[in-house]
Design a protein around this ligand. Structure first.
Ligand code: M6R
Length: 608
C-alpha cells in the first residue's frame, strides 16, 4: 500500500528519498511523488507508474536539497494520475503533504474549504489536508497541523513540510504506521523501516494520536494538544542484506529458499527438549492467565488466516482448547462474545493489517486477553497486544507470503506445546513434537533440492485457466493457501476446498481442462482423500498429488506426483506448503508476470 519517506540532513534529499521509495516498492503502488525545499520554496515532482519514471523526471533537475518528503500511492480515491499522486500542495504552494490512510469526512471538509476559496486539483481525500493546514497556518507550523488534524475523521500517517520552515518536517499518526529514523546530523521518517534500513537502525515508533516535529538533530513528540510525550529509541534487528534479493531473480524465490533457516531462527532458544516443552519469553508475563483460558479465537487475514486454521487443528488436538478462526475483517461487525477466559490471537506478518488491528482492539475492549504472532518487531499489532511471540522470519518483501507462513505455523506449534503442557499433554508427546520440529530444516532443504522437478511441472500446467486444490484435516488450510498463492501471482483462477466438500457442488467444474492439486500425505485421512481423488479421475480431471515419500500408489492414480518427507501429521503443512509455493512461483515466471509485485495487491493492507 502507500509508502512515505521523509529526509532532513546533509545528504542529497532527492537521491535519499528515491532510494527509500525503491525499498518500499514491494508494498505495491501505482504512482509516486516527491517534494523538496530549496531556497525557501517547495518544488514537487510526480509520475505515474514505477519509481524509475519519477527518477527520470528528477534526473538533470536534481536541486540537491537537504529536506524533502516523498510517497508511493496505491490508488483508493481517484485513478493513478499525476494530479492524484502525492505530495499535495496548498493553494499558495508553501505546504506539501504526503498521506497514508483514508480521510473519511473529506467530502465535507472539501466543500467547506472550497467555500473559503481553496482550489482543489485532485480527486483524492488526502488533498484536503494541505488546504486545511494552510487555513490554520499563521506562523506556528506544527500548531496548524495539530488544529487541522483535530477536524479530520479517519486514519492517517502524514509528513508535512512548509517552504518557509526549511528546517523541519511535521509527522503525525492515527491508524497508519510511521517510524522516525534517528541518524547523525540527519533524521528520517518512513511508513516502513525497510525504507531507512540502509541509513540507520535507531528508530522511534510513533503511536496513534502522536505528532512529531523533526529537525536535523532533534525530534520532539507531543499529542495534538502539544503535551509532551516521552519516547523510546529502539534498534532494528534486520540488516539491509536481509532485505535484498541475495542473487535470486525474485524476493519470493529468495524467501522460499530461506525457509530452513527461518525454522531455526523462529525456534532458537525456545525449545526445551529435555522437559518436552518450550519457552516463549513474550508470553511469560501472561502464563498464569493462559493456564485459565477456556477458549481461543484466532484473528487474521489471507495467508495468516490459513496458518490460523492449521493452528486451530493443532490446539484442539494437542492442547484440548476449543479454537475458532475468524476473518479479522468480519470480527467487529458481528457481536463477538468474549470474556476474560477467552484469549484472542492475532496473526500478522506486517503487524499493520488494518482489519486485524481493528479486530484486536475490539477484542481488548471486550476484556479478552490479546496475543500477537507478528513478524515485524515494533509494529502496531505487536505493541497493542497484551503479549506475543515474534516470528523472527526476517523481512518478507515479496507480496506473496511464504516464509512468514511457515514461521507462523512454527510459532503456532510452539504455542500448542506450551498450552498443551499446561494442560494434559505428556512430556513424551511434547518431546516428540520438538524432536520433529528440529528435523524440519533438513527436510525442507530436501524439498528445495528438487525444485527443478517442480519447475518442469509448472511449465506443463502454466497455461491452464483454472485450478482446484484439495486437502483434508491439517492439509485443508494448505489447499486454500496453495490456491491463494497461485491466484495472487499467476492470475489463474484457483480455489482451495476441503476434499470432502468438493462433491457438494464444486465437482461440477471438473473436466479435462480443470486440473486438481490434491494434497494427500500418508496420514490419518489418506484413504478418504484417495476416494475423493478417484471421483475426480472418473470425471477425466488432471490430477497432481502431493504425498509422502515412498507412496508409490499415488503414481497409479495421478498424472503427476510430488513427494515430501514424512513428519508428524500436525507438521505436514510446514513441508507441504513448500512445493505449493514453488509451483505458484514458477508458473508466474512462465507466464512472464511481476512475481514480487502482482497487480492490484499490496504487501501490507493498511486500509479497511
Ligand atoms: O501482514 P499480514 O500477515 O497481516 O497480511 C495478511 C494478508 O494480507 C497476507 O497474508 C496476504 O494474504 C498475502 N499477500 C498472501 O500471500
Amino acid at each position: 500500500m502507500c509508502g512515505i519517506v521523509g529526509y532532513l540532513g546533509e545528504k542529497n534529499a532527492e537521491n535519499t528519498l528515491l532510494e527509500g521509495l525503491k525499498r518500499l516498492e514491494y508494498r505495491g503502488y501505482d504512482s509516486a511523488g516527491i517534494a523538496i525545499i530549496k531556497n525557501g520554496k517547495v518544488t514537487s515532482r510526480k509520475a505515474v507508474g514505477k519509481i524509475v519514471n519519477l527518477e527520470k523526471k528528477i534526473n538533470g533537475k536534481n536541486m540537491d536539497a537537504g529536506i524533502g518528503i516523498s510517497h508511493t500511492r496505491w490508488a483508493t480515491h481517484g485513478k493513478p494520475t499525476e494530479e492524484n499522486a502525492h505530495p499535495h500542495l496548498s493553494c499558495d504552494g508553501n505546504i506539501a503533504v504526503v498521506h497514508n490512510g483514508i480521510i473519511e469526512n473529506y467530502q465535507a471538509l472539501r466543500e467547506e474549504l472550497k467555500k473559503k476559496g481553496h482550489k482543489f486539483v485532485s480527486e483524492t481525500d488526502s488533498e484536503v489536508l494541505a488546504h486545511l493546514i494552510e487555513e490554520f497556518y499563521k506562523n506556528d507550523f506544527k500548531r496548524a497541523v495539530c488544529e487541522a488534524l483535530k477536524l479530520v475523521e479517519g486514519t492517517y500517517g502524514i509528513a508535512v513540510i512548509a517552504g518557509d520552515k526549511p528546517q523541519e518536517i511535521i509527522v503525525a499518526r492515527k491508524g497508519s504506521p510511521l517510524v522516525l529514523g534517528i541518524g547523525e546530523n540527519e533524521n528520517f521518517v518512513a511508513s516502513d523501516v525497510a525504507a531507512i534500513l540502509g541509513y540507520t537502525k535507531q528508530v522511534v515508533y510513533l503511536n496513534d494520536g502522536e505528532i512529531a516535529k523533526i529537525t536535523k538533530n532533534n525530534f520532539e513528540i507531543t499529542d495534538l494538544d502539544e503535551k509532551k510525550i516521552d519516547s523510546e529509541i529502539s534498534e532494528i534487528e534486520w540488516s539491509l542484506e536481509e532485505s535484498q534479493k541475495g542473487g535470486h531473480d525474485h524476493f519470493m524465490l529468495k524467501e522460499i529458499m530461506e525457509q530452513p533457516k527461518v525454522i531455526v531462527d523462529s525456534t532458537r532458544g525456545r525449545l526445551m527438549p529435555d522437559e518436552g516443552t518450550v519457552r516463549l519469553g513474550g508470553l511469560e508475563a501472561v502464563e498464569e492467565k493462559l493456564r485459565k483460558i477456556e477458549r481461543i479465537i484466532i484473528l487474521a487475514c489471507g495467508t495468516a488466516r490459513y496458518a490460523g486454521l492449521v493452528g486451530e487443528y493443532m490446539m484442539e488436538e494437542y492442547a484440548e482448547i476449543p479454537v475458532e478462526v475468524e476473518f479479522a475483517s468480519e470480527f467487529r461487525y458481528r457481536k463477538p462474545i468474549l470474556d476474560e477466559r477467552t484469549a484472542v490471537i492475532a496473526i500478522s506478518q506486517s503487524g499493520e493489517t488494518a482489519d486485524t488491528l481493528a479486530a484486536i482492539r475490539e477484542a481488548k475492549r471486550k476484556g479478552a486477553l490479546t496475543l500477537g504472532i507478528v513478524n515485524v518487531v515494533g509494529s502496531t499489532i505487536a505493541r497493542e497486544t497484551d503479549a506475543g511471540v515474534y516470528n523472527h522470519a526476517g523481512p518478507e518483501i515479496a507480496v506473496a507470503s511464504t516464509k512468514a507462513f511457515t514461521s507462523q505455523l512454527i510459532v503456532l506449534t510452539l504455542m500448542t506445546v506450551l498450552l498443551g503442557r499446561q494442560r494434559k499433554m505428556s512430556e513424551v508427546t511434547g518431546r516428540r513434537i520438538i524432536e520433529e520440529i528440529e528435523k524440519l530444516p533438513k527436510k525442507i532443504e530436501k524439498i528445495l533440492g528438487a525444485k527443478d522437478d517442480i519447475k518442469k511441472l509448472a511449465k506443463k500446467y502454466a497455461d491452464y485457466p483454472n485450478f482446484m486444490y484439495l486437502g483434508r484435516k491439517y492439509c485443508f488450510p494448505l489447499a486454500e493457501e496453495g490456491a491463494l498463492k497461485l491466484k495472487e501471482i499467476s492470475y489463474i483462477h484457483s480455489e482451495g476446498f476441503a476434499a470432502g466438500e468438493m462433491k457438494h457442488g464444486s465437482i461440477a467444474l471438473i473436466d479435462e481442462d480443470f486440473p486438481v492439486f490434491a494434497i494427500a500425505p500418508k496420514d490419518s485421512v489418506y484413504e478418504k482423500n484417495i476416494s475423493n481423488i478417484e471421483e475426480i479421475r472418473a470425471r477425466m480431471g488432471k490430477i497432481i498429488i502431493l504425498t509422502t515419500e515412498g507412496n508409490k500408489e499415488a503414481e497409479k492414480i495421478a498424472d503427476d506426483v510430488i513427494y515430501i518427507p514424512k513428519t508428524l501429521e500436525m507438521l505436514t503443512p510446514i513441508l507441504g506448503v513448500v512445493p505449493l509455493q514453488l509451483f505458484a512461483y514458477y508458473i508466474s515466471c512462465f507466464r512472464g508476470l511481476d512475481v514480487d509485485k502482482p497487480r492490484n495487491l499490496a504487501k501490507s493492507v493498511t486500509v479497511e
